[in-house]
Design a protein around this ligand. Structure first.
Ligand SMILES: *Cc1c(COP(=O)(O)O)cnc(C)c1O
Length: 375
């Protein structure tokens, strides 16, 4: 009655969660293979995460970025240690904000060098968020509709088509930005060779490579960062979703030289990286690092079992997987929900699975049994 109707919500009220399970207001149990859209990677009510949040809330939740913030420093160090080179981190609260920061940083980096470069090449079916910068970077008309004009300075290429990138290159091109696996767009994987060529092209042309790791980051693919699957070395990556285990936090990591373009006063966020969010994310990062081999193994098992269903091509890596269903999959999601299984349908016809990284093989078996009934 009082909510703006910008979401089409499924008719279920979850009131509690434990591990990979959610419980609704009638006490019914659901196996959760969505994890709040790749957010709750440690599952629900993870003891260490819960403990860290509670203890931090009792001490200090927020002081603003007017003051020193040891929790940010601790978390930034952990994130940079997993990055391929020396880098610095900016904290915000969401994926779209992390991408806004990336877009601004890219432009400022070249302005500071006295180079008139500002255009960013992004890819069809990508998704970068809903605020104007990241919406403009999102090359999907359906998200722009009614909100035009979008921001100037974005050119859209085709994924896995290096020639389409080359055709868009101009002397004012500043960056290429992409997801290594397009999540929202239907779990579309970049080809390793394409990414290698893209990196080479960026280096030859002096263009920055920005990888949106909002969905693929923090262990989702079985690597800590998704780009690590492909051996590329991005200049900037953005994070959010899985970073806080459910506590809102986003981040941008930039190679040292690039990071220098943000100077005092040039960018900011009131809530960004507050004590509570950083304490939570620090626990998530430590736990996810331990879970990587497990995520790879269970991901592989889940992939095989999904392939065994024979309903469509299985795509993705680790625990970001999609099934090309070939037709509208919203009804499948509804029927699965009735059977106590939470799954997602994206890009109209792709069944997307983003389970907690703590998923075990027995849960996979349980999910496959339900999916077989539903399909
Ligand atoms: C979800 C998502 C975003 C937007 O994140 P929000 O936190 O919803 O703003 C950006 N990029 C990618 C790749 C995403 O999956």
């Amino acid at each position: 009655m009082y909510l703006i109707q910008n979401y089409s919500r499924l008719p279920v009220r979850f009131v509690r969660g434990e591990g990979v399970y959610l419980y609704d207001d009638k006490g019914k149990r659901y196996l959760d293979l969505v994890a709040g859209i790749a957010v709750c990677s440690l599952g629900h009510s993870h003891p260490k995460l819960t403990e860290a949040i509670c203890s931090q809330a009792k001490e200090l939740i927020h002081v603003s970025n007017l003051f020193e913030n040891p929790w940010q420093e601790e978390l930034a160090e952990k994130l940079v240690k997993e990055f391929w080179t020396d880098a610095r981190v900016f904290f915000c609260n969401s994926g779209t904000e992390a991408n806004e920061a990336a877009i601004k940083l890219v432009r400022k980096f070249f302005r500071d060098k006295g180079e008139e470069r500002y255009r960013i090449i992004t890819f069809r079916n990508g998704f970068h968020g809903r605020t104007y910068g990241s919406l403009s970077a999102t090359a999907q008309e359906k998200f722009h509709k009614g909100f035009e004009p979008v921001l100037e300075g974005f050119d859209y290429a085709e994924l896995n088509d290096i020639d389409s990138v080359k055709k868009l290159l101009r002397k004012d091109t500043a960056a290429v930005m992409l997801e290594v696996i397009q999540g929202e767009g239907g779990v579309n994987e970049c080809e390793p060779e394409f990414l290698k060529e893209l990196q080479k092209l960026c280096r030859e042309e002096g263009i920055l490579l920005v990888v949106d790791e909002v969905q693929t980051g923090i262990g989702r693919t079985g690597e800590f960062y998704g780009y690590q699957l492909y051996g590329i070395e991005p200049d900037v990556i953005t994070l959010a979703k899985g970073l806080g285990g459910g506590v809102p936090v986003g981040a941008l990591i930039a190679r040292e030289e690039v990071a220098g373009a943000f100077t005092p006063g040039s960018h900011g966020s009131t809530f960004g990286g507050n004590a509570l969010a950083c304490r939570a994310a620090s626990v998530v990062v430590e736990e996810v690092k331990k879970l990587l081999p497990h995520a790879r193994e269970v991901g592989e098992y889940l992939r095989k079992r999904l392939e065994g269903l024979g309903v469509g091509k299985v795509k993705g890596k680790g625990l970001i997987l999609g099934i090309d269903y070939g037709k509208d999959c919203r009804e499948v999601v509804m029927k699965a929900l009735e059977r106590g299984l939470v799954i997602n349908c994206t890009a109209g016809s792709v069944i997307r699975l983003l389970p907690p990284l703590i998923l075990e093989k027995e849960h996979v078996d349980e999910a496959i049994t339900s999916l077989r009934e539903v399909l």
